[in-house]
Ligand binder design. Sequence first.
Ligand SMILES: NC(=O)c1ccc[n+]([C@@H]2O[C@H](COP(=O)([O-])OP(=O)(O)OC[C@H]3O[C@@H](n4cnc5c(N)ncnc54)[C@H](OP(=O)(O)O)[C@@H]3O)[C@@H](O)[C@H]2O)c1
Length: 291
Amino acid sequence: MNVGFIGLGRMGAGMAANLLKAGHHVTIYNRTPEKAAALVAQGAKATVRVSDASRGEAVITMLTNDDAVESVTFGKDGIVDSLPAGSMHVSSSTISVALSEKLAEAHAKAGQRFVSAPVFGRPDAAAAGKLFIVAAGEPAAVAAAAPLFGAMGQKTFVLSETPKAANLVKLSGNFLIAAVIESLGEALALVAKGGVDQRQYLEMLTSTLFNAPVYKTYGELITGGIFEPAGFAAPLGQKDIRLTLAAAEDLRVPMPLASLLRDRFLTLLAHGGDNLDWSAIGGLAAKDAGA
Ligand SMILES: NC(=O)c1ccc[n+]([C@@H]2O[C@H](COP(=O)([O-])OP(=O)(O)OC[C@H]3O[C@@H](n4cnc5c(N)ncnc54)[C@H](OP(=O)(O)O)[C@@H]3O)[C@@H](O)[C@H]2O)c1
């Protein structure tokens, strides 16, 4: 397919590289143009205009937050202005449910298609083409995007025809991961201060009842204190809990644990955690314990 890719950050660079490997013609745009060089060497065509990355059958966005997605989509010569009628915008950033709804409406009004396709998996999974993709949108558009999903991910889940549902699912998943990070951090601080070897403890947990990737990945990061360089930066984790709470407020769903996690992220950021991985909230309990 002729596809544009906008946002070559930790996730986007690997995703765009896998589209190239699968044989798609990829036009890339990044706000900081220098980041395009490695992909140009792999066959991508770089452009310095959002509009020039939005003229194919599809354009994928993988950007920090709502503000970034709004500016490339609704700005002058942005995606809505440039995407041909019938072509699709595939939004893979973790954004608010409200913005997803706004995007769906704006693209429909312009005769364009919109598929919401946020992803699970860290930058290593993005580079390996092993993301889990949660897609929602009009069935024909989701089907048309399948070759792109196949290049970037190991499995695609289609849960709804309403795009914003995929964003709600993504936010709920990140809420669950953050809850695991916080609870693991507390449990590890408890046993460590009591004199138990954290690594043996983690090995016991993850080879028995907690035999799941999320406990293994984050358990290793917390026990090793490996919070730099960030794979998923703490301010983005804080954003996702904020967006979860906003969606919960709209739907009138109390989420007391999400409120607690919001404060854990604020504690981390207030103490200079901006450049750390979001798993660093799992190191707070040990600090609180003076361990
Ligand atoms: N990292 C993960 O593990 C992970 C996993 C799943 C989902 N996500 C989600 O995926 C998205 C991207 O995450 P990431 O880790 O790849 O972030 P990142 O490394 O910080 O990259 C962010 C990208 O957004 C661009 N950007 C930011 N503000 C912009 C603006 N106003 N206009 C145009 N471009 C702008 C950046 O351009 P510059 O290069 O110019 O700064 C960069 O290309 C986020 O929504 C995140 O929540 C991340």
